[in-house]
Design a protein around this ligand. Structure first.
Ligand code: KIV
Length: 260
């Protein structure tokens, strides 16, 4: 997928598939199976490094894994996460985003809304493509009081909608919505002209992302309700990836049982 195709998918209502990868073997497999977007998530802090959260992930970690993942990709769009405290001000954001682009990412993702206005704007001015991330923000797990569904009341739902509209105005090209009620994710997706990619955000997002280690049943601890193990009913990893792609495209995943 090329960056301009995000708009084509949105307009044609074809659902976008996204999986996380941290190494070239998995990224090559996902790419060959036809996954649209591969995300080098800072979830590597949990699934690769065994951390309790993503707060210990460094820029050096992200660069190393982005370089590895980039080697396996021919067609998929490669997005890399900016880790905790790597985008605290505009100058730092630009320098760190450029390092991820130099490592092979085509787009960078970071968590948060209008409080990061200067960071979004400097990347827009410098033509660095950005994916936003609203709803549950794992890098703010301590402030949020745990891994909880966000946007359940009117005030917090309005903040998510306002943030989403601001991010779109500041040039963000796609937006991850994590752990928000399905009805709110639908409202945000309809309000935006950029595609939303949901995780625990219901079937009406424009695409779906899962942490690959969760959807392959490698990680079995503390699984949230939005996770589905696609390997369980398939014989091999390729079968599981193809089942994920098909389920997202035909909108049988996520079901109500995976949504809030
Ligand atoms: O780090 C990650 O894997 C992510 C996804 C859960 C969206 O941000």
């Amino acid at each position: 997928m090329k960056i301009d195709e995000l708009q084509v998918f949105k307009q044609s209502a074809e659902k976008i598939t996204c999986l996380t990868a941290y190494d070239s073997s998995f990224s090559q497999l996902f790419d060959e199976c036809g996954v649209d977007i591969i995300l080098v998530g800072d979830s590597l802090g949990n699934v690769i490094q065994g951390g309790e959260n993503t707060l210990g992930v460094t820029m050096e970690d992200m660069i190393y894994h982005t370089q590895s993942v980039a080697k396996g990709i021919k067609d998929a769009l490669l997005i890399a996460d900016m880790p905790y405290q790597s985008y605290d001000n505009a100058k730092q954001t630009l320098a760190n985003a450029q390092r991820l682009i130099d490592a092979g990412a085509q787009m960078v993702k970071f968590e948060g809304g209008q409080e990061h206005k200067d960071s979004f704007k400097i990347l827009q001015t410098n033509n660095i493509p950005v994916c936003g991330h609203l709803g549950l923000q794992p890098q703010s797990v301590i402030e949020m009081g745990g891994y909880k569904v966000q946007g359940k009341d009117e005030v917090s739902a309005k903040k998510i909608i306002d943030d989403a509209l601001a991010l779109e105005a500041w040039g963000v090209q796609t937006l991850v919505l994590e752990c928000v009620p399905a009805a709110l994710a639908k409202q945000v997706s309809q309000a935006l002209s950029i595609p939303t990619i949901g995780i625990g955000a219901g079937v009406d997002c424009d695409g779906q992302v899962l942490v690959s280690y969760d959807m392959l049943g490698i990680n079995t601890q503390h699984l949230p309700r939005f996770v589905k193990n696609f390997l369980k009913d398939n014989n091999d990893i390729q079968g599981a990836i193809n089942a994920f792609i098909m389920a997202v495209k035909e909108q049988s995943f996520p079901g109500n049982e995976h949504s809030y």
